[in-house]
Design a protein around this ligand. Structure first.
Ligand code: ATP
Ligand code: MG
Length: 449
């Protein structure tokens, strides 16, 4: 108990003390408490109290406060630049649209407030005087790493369908499993996700993807994802029928997602990288499947999906480009690396290396050693090119348009053409990237023409 108190920031203890001095009860609640009990760093500290929003504002009249969540009972108090949310105990009224309660009502009973919360692990409260308040055995569920709805799982999912994805996110992020009744409620109510905005869905999707247990969630709950991304469906159970693969397409995808670093962009690219394989399939005379053009097709499909899901334009374009190039065989020589680097840029090339590695490691053992050897050579060449600042773009070329202009080449489109030609010669190692040598080459060409 003492230990829990020691884990709470001074400001949180101070807010609770001040409420108590004014005759009100308050608790730390929700995600912060869950994370403390899990031994993880809390993101923020939410408090709940029987004081009404007006009373909270009055008690903290000398502090900077925001009351933009007032109709839901939330007052934000700012201490040392940190925001602490204090919310009045609340009961949600009837839910009308599978997301929003018709009304919220304040209560002075902490149990009522805790019982409106989604999962037992999020419905624990603590204050230093009373200790832990845990009506729904949330602590036990934290110990056995289990996501369980508070009360009747089916009703809770129906009330607010976003909880379907919140359950998957918590399972993925904290490496929890979902208990059977909650799991059943997820499957029974997943179609209600159609009533949830794409912005909310994609925030949860990103959260799910970066979790450590994403493999379990994608595999077991693939049908949930297909509710808002029906384009995934043809991947489920699809037999790849090719020596490079020993898993079906969805299993390969899940493995590739799990293999790559847990950044939203990389995980999203792995999720969608092979999405068009089923449509691109051809079968040769030996009965082996091939998927010519699936990368280009996939890059278009993913653009459509991410746009629909309201991902940012930059995120969408980068993901789409990386999928376009994900299957490109890069030869282990500097000119090949530099040509692709010129198209992608340094940052995206580095991402492509991670993507290709995760992809290879999710394929069969067939030729894996060769693939990894080439990949690692390409990666070393890439790092060497960057380290030595070797030229792979027009920007790095030792001559520019003005230099050509001064030796008498005046037409804009010809200048562009010549510069690109020079860049290619430099990349191919035919010319050194030195001004004198490049200008001499152009003059020589001009004379011979
Ligand atoms: P994190 O902030 O790490 O995503 P969290 O549990 O703090 O996790 P928030 O969205 O910040 O999640 O919500 C704070 C608390 O409010 C939750 O712990 C839960 O008790 C309650 N809550 C949030 N969203 C819902 C919901 N859709 N249905 C029921 N209770 C919810
Ligand atoms: Mg939170």
């Amino acid at each position: 108990m003492k230990k829990m108190k020691n884990n709470l920031p001074e400001n949180v203890l101070y807010i609770m003390k001040r409420l108590s001095q004014n005759g009100y009860e308050s608790f730390v609640v929700g995600g912060s408490l869950r994370n403390l009990l899990l031994g993880e760093e809390p993101k923020d500290f939410d408090m709940t109290t029987n004081a009404t929003p007006e009373e909270i504002l009055r008690i903290f009249a000398d502090c900077k406060t925001f009351d933009n969540g007032l109709k839901h009972g939330t007052v934000s108090i700012v201490f040392d630049g940190e925001v602490y949310e204090v919310t009045t105990y609340r009961i949600d009224g009837e839910y009308l649209d599978n997301r929003h309660p018709k009304e919220v009502r304040f209560t002075d009973n902490i149990k009522e407030d805790l019982s409106r919360r989604d999962f037992t692990v999020n419905a624990i409260a603590y204050n230093p005087k009373i200790g832990i308040v845990d009506y729904f055995n949330g602590e036990e569920d934290i110990k056995c790493r289990c996501i369980r709805c508070v009360g009747n799982a089916d009703e809770r999912m129906k009330e607010d369908a976003l909880r379907v994805l919140r359950a998957l996110r918590f399972a993925s992020v904290y490496n929890f499993t979902i208990e059977p009744q909650t799991e059943q409620a997820i499957f029974n109510n997943m179609s209600l996700l159609k009533n949830i905005s794409y912005e909310r869905i994609s925030t949860e999707l990103k959260g799910i993807l970066i979790g450590q247990n994403v493999g379990y969630v994608l595999k077991k709950f693939c049908d949930v994802f297909a509710v808002f991304i029906p384009e995934l469906k043809p991947m489920f159970g699809f037999n790849q029928n090719n020596p490079h693969h020993d898993k079906n397409l969805w299993e390969h995808t899940v493995c590739a997602v799990q293999n790559v670093e847990n950044k939203p962009l990389l995980r999203t690219v792995m999720l969608f990288h092979d999405i068009c394989k089923p449509q691109a399939q051809t079968i040769d005379k030996n009965g082996v499947s091939h998927f010519h053009n699936h990368d280009k097709m996939g890059s278009e499909t993913v653009k459509m999906i991410l746009k629909r899901l309201k991902f940012s334009k930059k995120f969408t374009e980068t993901a789409s480009m990386l999928i376009y190039y994900h299957d490109t065989r890069i030869s282990a020589d500097k000119p090949s690396v530099k040509k692709l680097l010129n198209i992608l840029n340094e940052e995206n090339f580095r991402l492509l290396m991670k993507i290709q590695y995760a992809d290879i490691m999710a394929q069969s053992q067939y030729k894996r050693t060769q693939k990894i050897t080439v990949h690692s050579k390409v990666n070393s060449l890439f790092e060497e090119i960057i380290r030595n600042n070797e030229c792979y773009t027009l920007k790095q070329l030792a001559v520019n348009g003005r230099d050509l202009f001064t030796i008498g080449i005046q037409k804009g489109d010809i200048i562009g053409k010549i510069l690109n030609e020079l860049l290619e010669l430099v990349i191919n190692g035919k010319l050194k990237n030195e001004k004198k040598e490049l200008l001499a080459y152009i003059k020589k060409q001009a004379v011979s023409e």
